[in-house]
Design a protein around this ligand. Sequence first.
Ligand SMILES: C[C@@](CO)(OP(=O)(O)O)[C@H](O)COP(=O)(O)OP(=O)(O)OC[C@H]1O[C@@H](n2ccc(N)nc2=O)[C@H](O)[C@@H]1O
Ligand SMILES: Nc1ncnc2c1ncn2[C@@H]1O[C@H](COP(=O)(O)OP(=O)(O)O)[C@@H](O)[C@H]1O
Length: 274
Amino acid sequence: MITENAPAKINLALHVRARRADGYHELETLFAFVADGDTVTLEPGPLSLTITGPFAHGLSGEGDNLVTRAARAFADRFGVAVGGALTLDKHLPVASGIGGGSADAAAALRALARLHEIAIDDPRLFEIAAALGSDVPACLLGRTAMGQGRGERLEALEGLGGMAALLVNPGVAVSTAAVFKAWDGVDRGPMPPGDVLAMALGGRNDLEAPARALAPAIDAVLDALAIGDPLLARMSGSGATCFALYADEAERAAAAARIRAAWPAWWCLETRLL
Ligand SMILES: C[C@@](CO)(OP(=O)(O)O)[C@H](O)COP(=O)(O)OP(=O)(O)OC[C@H]1O[C@@H](n2ccc(N)nc2=O)[C@H](O)[C@@H]1O
Ligand SMILES: Nc1ncnc2c1ncn2[C@@H]1O[C@H](COP(=O)(O)OP(=O)(O)O)[C@@H](O)[C@H]1O
């Protein structure tokens, strides 16, 4: 049995620079990953998918999961039989701006590559990833990176490994396409120069305003995360998950305890950056 982690992605900053003719948007985004997420396991056999875990119900009505789409695309590209008994242990909330589906697809590709003894940096894997979704190449790379284009042009960067992080989701699913559509079309400029922390601190998430208009619960999450002096508190991706970064684990634990007491229904993950 092959097991691959599918760590949650966060966008430390996400600048939307232009609307493109193909319906996508030109981005400049700082990807980072955290130590927790979903898990994908693969055993030889006919293609099948079993979904377990606390957020399995979020995908129950899903005919075509990104994991099985990844398996089909892999077989197609590498000329092998479609197969793999896949299990997805779903711990990340669905449609929440932390790339759960993209991370799962990338983990499935990594597992299949191991099974078929294909190098993890094989460019064909990145081509499959880009066709599956804008965030899948970043999840396949799985490390802190600057993403451009629709997110598939990647430059790996020295990250903030080990930094204490808190992820909070108010239980509202947000459609990525709807949030991009509600963006006001104003290019607010590039990220400032510097290291990853400087770029993150000086950056923005341009999808925050449109997402907050569609899902006002995000306001309450950002208000809750602002208490306790985090280094940075911001929405990730197209929302509604927001994250905060802290100087140490004690500050993160205090913030998590306060949020869990005030908002027991929210999903709240104490983790650290990879
Ligand atoms: C916003 C981001 C930031 O990392 O993350 P999430 O909120 O999904 O986590 C990503 O760009 C999302 O990537 P992903 O979720 O893979 O999106 P895709 O499946 O490729 O596209 C879904 C829809 O989002 C819009 N889209 C996506 C990416 C992009 N650069 N421009 C867009 O306009 C398009 O309307 C597209 O039809
Ligand atoms: N394995 C998967 N996990 C999550 N969502 C999936 C998966 N497969 C397909 N999807 C679909 O992809 C959509 C976006 O999911 P997700 O990747 O969680 O969003 P986001 O990138 O905003 O966090 C979901 O609404 C769901 O319909």
